[in-house]
Design a protein around this ligand. Sequence first.
Ligand code: FES
Ligand code: FES
Length: 151
Amino acid sequence: MRFTLNGVPVSVDVEGEGARRLLDVLRETVEMTGTKEGCGEGECGACSVLIDGAVVNSCLVAAGQVEGCDVVTVEGLAEEDGQLSALQQAFIDRGAAQCGICTPGMLLAAHVLLRENPKPSVDDVRVGLAGNLCRCTGYTKIIDAVLACRK
Ligand code: FES
Ligand code: FES
């Protein structure tokens, strides 16, 4: 099974991997552990990744479905030199993460939101992050962090 992960071609050559959840193959087979598991049932968005640019819950995707696709995890949001992206830094600066389980998914959803709408309103951010649940912070700091990255 071949796909691109954060811009790097990946070949997963283990029998039976294609039927496993993408979430598990990312975390356990290719050891890209930024992607988190929350509910495991498609409800919380913690496991969000980008598949060909769209936010997808990786707990609901069989790994074999990403054959030939471009997959981006939270690690792929960092700059090429390894620096955190402005959005990642804004989450830190504004205390928008506590346990961090929701954070990778929030960051990916916010990244797509800002890509599609560089000047979102508060309501736009709420709608854009509606598929991502946080049990820790409340949403004010998360929304503030996204708003800080408006262009
Ligand atoms: S762990 Fe996938 S949506 Fe909750
Ligand atoms: S920071 Fe803990 S679930 Fe959001």
